[in-house]
Structure formats: structure tokens, C-alpha cells
Design a protein around this ligand. Structure first.
Ligand code: MG
Length: 257
């Protein structure tokens, strides 16, 4: 019996950088009544607020069942019902020196790959303190262009091969860090050993749950993908292609709960 359902965010619960679709928000509110839920994503906490929390029930008894792991599990937030706010449990931040080395490698890697684009939207390299992310088309493409931005992102690297090529150029430049293909158009760098599996281990310690009580769903459960580590550590995992796939799986869980 699964007690906690964990999800990737972009491409799994919502289109890239977009808010939870109404249907998904409704299903998540239902799921939180019967299960603990964790969302673990490369995105930063502010994106969790914008994409997820803004769409969910404000009911404290539901929110206490929700665990948020932004920036690939390098940060962990849980809901403090007494304070009516989210509490940061830990953060694995880089030093200033680490950051400089990583930013240089990302910039060089993108240049050498030949995949740099002329028109970008917002920052292309974003320092999220515990994770540095290269967004090839820019962080703000969806905020600026809306659905058109989502379409451009999804069309840029539909089979993931460009991201894997860029990753293969960057990773040897910074062997002391983890480099992963992440969202539709991004590459994430974290401290070594800090990935979604690390986050899941922290989550199990915090909740007292065992591996077989957890089910995970993600759209990048493949070698080089940022969801792969969770399946590799032995957590039962369902690969999805889109939030619609995920919605059918949640519907089945909710109906049998
Ligand atoms: Mg994803």
C-alpha cells in the first residue's frame, strides 16, 4: 500500500513552467485527503508557489500532507500548521567559488555545443543558491510568451537529444558536481550526490516511510534524465509523457483510496 505519492513538476503535473491545470489541481486536492504527496522539481521554490500552491486548497490539514522539494531536492519545505506557513527544513547551498566555476562551465558548454539561440527571454543562467540552471531559451520565456513559450520550448528538443549533448560537453568541465538534463530546455547543476534520490532519502527520514510505501511519477525517467535517480534507487516509478497521463494515474489512486 502506497502512503506517499511523489511527483516531478514540469512535464508531469503541469506543462513546463505553467500553473497546474484546473483538472490537476482538483485531483491533487483529492489526493491530499488520502495520501501524503511530495513534489520534487528542478524549479526553484518561487516557481512552486506560482505553479502549484496558488492553485491548491488553503486547507491546513491538506497542506500538512504536502512536501515540497524545489531545486532537485536541494531544499525541503514542509507546512507548519501553527505558523500557517512553509518551513525550510534544509538547503544544500554552493560556495561563491563553486558558483563561479559552474557558471563558467555552463556558458562554455552552451557556446561549444552550437545550440545557443539568438533570442532568449530573461536570464539563461540562473543561480538558485543550491542549484545553478542553464535555460537555453531563457527563464522567462513562458512568463513572457505564455502558451506560445510552452510550444517553443517543447519544440526545441522533443527527444531530449540536444540537452544530452550539451550535458556531455559540460559534465567533464566540472567533474566535482552533478550535471543533469532537466526540464524541456534546461540543464541543472547541483552538489555531487544531491539529486532527486537524495531528496527521496531525506523525505523518507523526515516522514518515517519506507521505500515500498512510496510511488513516484516523472516524465524524465531515463538515463541522463532528472527523474532517473528515483527509479534507480528502487522506488516504484511510473513514467509519464505529460500531465494528462499523470492525471489518469492519480484518478485511479483517488478512486481506490
Ligand atoms: Mg519534468
Amino acid at each position: 500500500m502506497k502512503k506517499l505519492i511523489a511527483f516531478d513538476l514540469d512535464g508531469t503535473l503541469a506543462p513546463s513552467k505553467s500553473t497546474l491545470p484546473g483538472r490537476m489541481a482538483e485531483l491533487m486536492n483529492q489526493l491530499l485527503k488520502s495520501h501524503q504527496v511530495c513534489i520534487i522539481s528542478g524549479g526553484k521554490y518561487e516557481l512552486f508557489q506560482r505553479q502549484v500552491l496558488s492553485q491548491l486548497s488553503k486547507n491546513a490539514s491538506l497542506l500538512t500532507n504536502l512536501h515540497l522539494m524545489p531545486t532537485s531536492g536541494t531544499r525541503y519545505y514542509s507546512y507548519d500548521a501553527n505558523a500557517s506557513d512553509w518551513k525550510l527544513n534544509y538547503a544544500e547551498d554552493f560556495t561563491a567559488e563553486d558558483k563561479q566555476q559552474i557558471i563558467t562551465a555552463l556558458q562554455e558548454g552552451l557556446d561549444e555545443s552550437g545550440y545557443a539561440v539568438d533570442k532568449t527571454y530573461g536570464e539563461t543562467i540562473e543561480d538558485r543558491d543550491s542549484q545553478i540552471t542553464l535555460s537555453i531559451l531563457g527563464q522567462e520565456i513562458v512568463a513572457e510568451l505564455g502558451e506560445e513559450g510552452v510550444r517553443i520550448k517543447e519544440a526545441w528538443d522533443p527527444d531530449g537529444s540536444r540537452k544530452l549533448k550539451i550535458r556531455a560537453i559540460i559534465a567533464p568541465k566540472i567533474p566535482n558536481f552533478e550535471v543533469r538534463a532537466a526540464g524541456a530546455t534546461s540543464i541543472d547543476v547541483t552538489k555531487p550526490g544531491v539529486d532527486k534520490a537524495y531528496g527521496m532519502n531525506k523525505l523518507m527520514a523526515a516522514t518515517g516511510l519506507s521505500m515500498d510505501e512510496i510511488l513516484f511519477m516523472g516524465d524524465k525517467i531515463m538515463p541522463g534524465g532528472n527523474d532517473y535517480a528515483v527509479e534507480q534507487m528502487g522506488i516504484e516509478s511510473i513514467p509519464v509523457r505529460s500531465w494528462e497521463d499523470t492525471s489518469y494515474a492519480i484518478e485511479a489512486i483517488v478512486k481506490t483510496a
